[in-house]
Design a protein around this ligand. Sequence first.
Ligand SMILES: [Zn+2]
Length: 105
Amino acid sequence: MPADGCTCDLCRTLCAFCEDKGRRTFEWPLAKDRRHHVHSRIDTAELPVTHVTRRQGRPYTLVLTKTDALFAREQEARDRDHADLEWLTESARTLTSDQSRLEDR
Ligand SMILES: [Zn+2]
């Protein structure tokens, strides 16, 4: 897997969560290797999202939470034409857009 850029289902779901302004948390039941992949994608892209694993049930649940700073920014953005959200949307898009460039080489 390339160090940056991935178009798998997990990353697309992660992008959708980041771009959904109406959601702050996302509880996502995932097996261990899939949780690890999502962790690494969040860390690599430096998304303003925290991730913790709730060790209950099977599989465990990965709980994603947008950071307070981000959420405050979202609240303000609703009053200001969502302009400040573009940086997050761009960050989320780099999760998938880098992959196509790699494939062009
Ligand atoms: Zn992926």
